[in-house]
Write a protein that binds this ligand. Sequence first.
Ligand code: DNO
Length: 356
Amino acid sequence: MKMSFRWFGRDNDPIPLEYIRQIPGTEEVVWALHHKKPGEIWTKDEIDEEVNFIQSLGLKTSVVESVNIHDDIKLGLDSREEYIANYIETLENLAAAGVKVVCYNFMPVFDWTRTELFHPLADGSTAMYMEKAQIIDTDPHELIAMFEKGSKGLTLPGWEPERMAKIKELFAAYEGITGEELRANFKYFIDAIIPTCEKHDIKMAIHPDDPPFEIFNLPRLVNNQKNIDLLLEVNDSPYHGLTFCTGSLGANPENDQIEMLEKYVDRTHFIHIRNVDLDEEGNFTEVSHRTADGTVDVVNLVKVLIDNDFDGYIRPDHGRNVFGEDADSVRPGYGLYDRAMGIMYLNGCIDAFTTT
Ligand code: DNO
């Protein structure tokens, strides 16, 4: 398996690539063209510029996270044809630059959601937190009103201003859409792009929905075994696979992640390892990667990967904010220190299971 570290690019990430190279065993940078909007073509020149820069510092560029999907595709509108054609062109351009795996999601309206970014932990660090009731009980219209008033009551990372500006229309567009309809729109998309993936040897790795339960009445497709089975069944190609995210799936206490990883390991191209500490009400805080610090059995999940000769890509997911790292300059969850410690913990697990 290949160890990687997510990096948001020269304009968005204060972590120097030189530091990433110093994390033992880390060969790959998980990258993206973060200025690109969903539906836009990533040109060969733009891709080459980024890839050449990362590679010039001795790191590889096999994994992209994410090429985001335009909402018209998720909604199944006629205009999806143009966006699917653009997506295919982007995949061809990425494959030409040597990219092997594309991580993406199919969540309506939002990417991941939390209710607090700097929740204090007992050790004096902070981490992201999700209070389930606050999300479940918030009516989307109240949420829209809160944003219109500029309220910081609910802090939701990764919500770009352009999206917030059209949040009302987005909610209206998704109103009434069922899980089955969303899955049918997903199938239309994946069936359209898989021939390109097979031809150019570039794998799709869908990320689970985070949190893995319905929020604001928006349907979920990638949150539990039943739905993941249905999702994988829409197209049998191995090029249609998963990003197995232990933090996202770990926030649903009914998910037996060991069983799930054993079942899906052959369709898993990328794995995000993160631990969460889930309480009885379904709230969770993100914690260190160590098994003992949360409710995700990180050690035995790594063992499943080793036992199955997993040869895809792995990265540590969100870390805590530790050692006084400047929380304003790094993206929430994406500081250097705790993720680097996460890698060393994963390296320890990997070595313990592979060294005889
Ligand atoms: C959170 C990330 C997600 C992920 C997307 C994939 O930190 O794991 O934002 O990148 O859902 O498209």
